[in-house]
Design a binder for this molecule. Structure first.
Ligand code: HEM
Length: 206
């Protein structure tokens, strides 16, 4: 052992100090779930509650994902259906609604619209499609759910059942709206651009 480390260890032993692993930089966010009575004194994790949330003594708001919905399963889906442009829902709604289509044509360049009509996946369209507030708001159901994070529009229906925070929170708080603030409040460190790469619809123009 290097002599400097040896001196440090000896010093720690003398002072009876613990050797602690570095603290995670990931913030633990306490969300409004009340602590269960059974763990009110020590805050010991109590496992899964009746609403299928892993409350962990009240400091986590993660849900138990159904089998086949792990991060690895999501990765698999992205590299198959996602790459083929099949994870984005709601485009037919634009095609079939004359008002929506008119608005969409005004917003987007002919080049982008041609690529869309040729079936190019939205994540590969250049320049990217442009989505305004009105169009975003139309996509607010479980089967057709769009949201905005950091100025980008994502179609998240396919992702919902894979979301560790649960589908409900996405439907309640982010469907058809800008959820940048909430996204950053819960997990600023997550790269949504990477995770939802193939769910990218276009840029948000407000
Ligand atoms: C749509 C894009 C989103 C993606 C890709 C995403 C991804 C994730 C991931 C990977 C986790 C697990 C984090 C961990 O293990 O520490 C998570 C947890 C969570 N997410 Fe999201 N999320 C998204 C949107 C949102 C939004 C919009 C909200 C709020 C409205 C939200 C609320 C939560 C909550 C409450 C948790 C559980 C946090 C905990 O207890 O640790 N998420 N999300």
């Amino acid at each position: 052992m290097h002599s400097a480390s040896k001196v440090m260890f000896e010093q720690m032993e003398r002072n009876n100090m613990d050797f602690k692993a570095p603290m995670s930089t990931k913030p633990r966010i306490r969300i409004d779930t009340p602590m269960q009575a059974s763990c009110s004194t020590l805050g010991v994790p109590q496992g899964v509650s009746s609403n299928n949330k892993i409350n962990g003594g009240g400091y986590r708001n993660k849900v138990r994902l159904a089998p086949g919905h792990s991060p690895l399963d999501w990765h698999e889906l992205v590299s198959t259906k996602g790459k083929a442009g099949k994870l984005v829902t709601g485009l037919d709604k634009i095609r079939n609604d004359s008002e929506s289509l008119e608005n969409f044509k005004k917003l987007n360049s002919p080049q982008s619209l041609i690529l869309l009509e040729r079936g190019v996946p939205t994540f590969a369209i250049r320049p990217p499609l442009r989505v305004d507030e009105e169009e975003l708001a139309r996509h607010n159901t479980p089967e057709d759910c769009w949201t905005v994070i950091n100025g980008k529009v994502f179609s998240i229906s396919s992702y919902m059942d894979f979301h560790p925070g649960g589908a409900k929170i996405l439907l309640d708080k982010s469907a058809g709206q800008d959820s940048t603030m909430l996204f950053n409040r819960y997990h600023r460190w997550i790269s949504v651009e990477k995770m939802l790469e193939t769910c990218f619809v276009g840029v948000y123009v407000g």
